[in-house]
Design a protein around this ligand. Sequence first.
Ligand SMILES: [Zn+2]
Length: 349
Amino acid sequence: MVTIISRATWGAKAWNGTPASVSLSQRTEFFVHYDGGTPITRTGYAIMRAIEAEHLGNGWSGVGYHFVVDQAGNIYEGRGWGLQGAHCPNHNVSGIGVQIAIGGDQEPSAKALAACRALYEEACKKTGRTLAKRGHRDGFATACPGTKLYTWVKAGMPAGDYAPAPNPGGSLPGSGSAVSRAQVTINGLVYGYGAKGDHVTKVGQALVKAGFGKHYTSGPGPTWTDADTVNYQDFQESLGFSGADADGIPGETSLKELLGTLPGKVTAKPAPPFPGSDKFGPGKNNSHITTLGKQLVKKGFGEHYTTGPGPKWSDADRLNVRDFQRSRKELASDADGLPGPVTWKLLFS
Ligand SMILES: [Zn+2]
């Protein structure tokens, strides 16, 4: 499996005309490219948008490579699996073209080579055949893919294990700044890149419903991605926020506006103070016993109650307290069924 950063995520422009569809059965070769004679310093999404600008300038539909791999091992979608490429004349249907984003005599990183090789394996798997390994110059008179990559291709593309790189982020068109990877906690729930949970899905669904879902290529789902951030940013801007207030990281105001209510855990009431060991045990009768019993039930340790819980100490109280104590390693060695200050504290925390 390879992880591919979609066109929507890196911020591709709409195709300028629609590239023709190509079926996997038409693919027989895999071409490796480089960026050209000049070393490149761009990283992240900027790599793709520079290629896009150049290829649109050639009058092409958009990025002509099927995929681009950067030095961090990220794989970006260009034409993807199903469209004709624009990377090598006479080989744009039969050949899947992949640029490794280096130029001049830049050394390809081990991560880049591993990602490119993984893409090759994926292409072979998808097409059901062993694709021929080629450098651009095998199909066209060009220096591409440079001496280093060409030597690598001819050696059979040896590479170490591929591990998907974390999405690099980068600036998206119009945002003018990098996609924020910040997180924020609101009402005990975490938002921002990498946050997980149903609440993340709900934010995504609400964004889609409100018309701010255009950066999703899949999902929305339970893990916060850059697409969530950029969609949220669009939503913030629609509310009139700008600059740092429209960074795609929720604030209370925007979140409430989006969801109608602020989700999250209700802040727990402070634990009642421990009333003293002498309030519990056979023969005792007081409101602390009721408080204890209710909390045991709330925590899932109420199975011995057949009635109550109530103010009069019963053997059911003792057994439920004991079960709770046995469930906690701090208490298990002294699970006598009578609450002490530590039992009390843990029970109400
Ligand atoms: Zn090339």
